[in-house]
Design a protein around this ligand. Structure first.
Ligand code: PMT
Length: 226
C-alpha cells in the first residue's frame, strides 16, 4: 500500500481509558495512556484518511489534522461513537473501556464508615462499544477492528473475541509482557482475522501503528489479502 492508501476514507478511532464515576470525586479507571490509539490516528492521517479520535481522559497532544472528541465514561464514548457513524468507513477500537460502572453514582462524596472494615460496591455492565458498531446494519456498519488485551492464551482469546463481537479484524496485545502494552512506548501485537494470523514484533507504537494501518488498509480493500 502507498502512503496515501486511505485517501478519501474516514477512520474513527477510540483511545485511552474510560472513567466511571463512583461519586463526585472518585472513579474507576485503568492504565491506558492513549498512546496506541493516538499513534494509529497519526498513521491513518498520514495515509490520507480523515480521522476522528474519540478519547477518554489522556494527556497527549492531538495529532496534526486529526479531529478530537473528548469523553469520560463508556456510555459517553458509545454515544460519540454512534453519532454520525454512517460517514465512518473504518472503526478502530483501541480504547480500554471499563467493562463495569457503578450501579448508582453517589450524589455526595461516599463517607468512610466508622466501625466497618469493608465496603461493597455494586457494579453493572457497560455497553460494548465495538460490538455495538459491528452489529449495525450493513448500510451503516464500518469495517470494524478491535483490540484484545490479554494476559494469557492471547491468540485463542483474540479469536474468540473476533467471532463473538463479529469483528473484521482484531489486534491481539499481550499486556502481561514487560515494556509493552498499557502506558509503554513500545508494543508487540498479532493481527487476527477470520483466516489469517500475522505477528508484528516489538517496535515503537508509532512504527507499529504505521504497519497496522498498512495491513488494515490492505484487508479493507481486499478481504482475501494475506
Ligand atoms: O493506551 P495505551 O497505554 O497505549 O495502551 C494500549 C492498549 C493496551 C490499551 C491497547 O493496545 C489495547 O489493547 N486496547 C484494548 C484494551 C481492552 O480493553 O481490551 P479488551 O480485550 O478488554 O476489549 C476488547 C475490545 O473491545 C477492544 O477493542 C475494546 O476497545 C472493546 N471494548 C471493550 C469493552 C467495552 N465495553 N466496549 C468496547 O468497545
Amino acid at each position: 500500500p502507498t502512503s496515501q492508501s486511505l485517501q478519501g476514507k474516514t477512520v474513527w478511532i477510540t483511545a485511552g481509558p474510560t472513567r466511571e464515576a463512583l461519586d463526585p470525586v472518585r472513579f474507576i479507571s485503568n492504565h491506558s495512556s492513549g498512546k496506541m490509539g493516538f499513534a494509529l490516528a497519526q498513521a491513518a492521517s498520514e495515509a490520507g484518511a480523515q480521522v476522528r479520535l474519540i478519547c477518554g481522559p489522556v494527556s497527549l497532544p492531538t495529532p496534526v489534522g486529526v479531529e478530537r472528541v473528548n469523553v469520560e465514561s463508556a456510555e459517553q464514548m458509545l454515544s460519540a461513537s454512534l453519532d454520525g457513524i454512517q460517514h465512518c468507513d473504518i472503526f478502530i477500537a483501541a480504547a480500554a473501556v471499563a467493562d463495569y460502572r457503578a450501579a448508582e453514582v453517589a450524589e455526595h462524596k461516599i463517607k468512610k464508615q466508622s466501625g466497618k472494615d469493608s465496603l461493597a460496591l455494586s457494579l453493572i455492565k457497560n455497553p460494548d462499544i465495538v460490538a455495538t458498531v459491528a452489529a449495525l446494519t450493513p448500510d451503516l456498519r464500518p469495517f470494524t477492528v478491535g483490540f484484545a488485551a490479554e494476559t494469557r492464551d492471547v491468540i485463542e482469546y483474540a479469536q474468540d473475541k473476533l467471532a463473538r463481537k463479529k469483528l473484521d479484524m482484531i489486534i491481539a496485545n499481550d499486556v502481561s509482557a514487560e515494556g509493552i502494552g498499557f502506558n509503554s512506548d513500545d508494543n508487540a501485537v498479532t493481527l487476527v482475522r477470520p483466516h489469517h494470523v500475522l505477528t508484528l514484533p516489538r517496535a515503537s507504537k508509532h512504527e507499529l501503528a504505521r504497519k497496522l494501518i498498512e495491513h488494515l488498509a490492505a484487508a479493507y480493500y481486499d478481504p482475501a489479502t494475506p
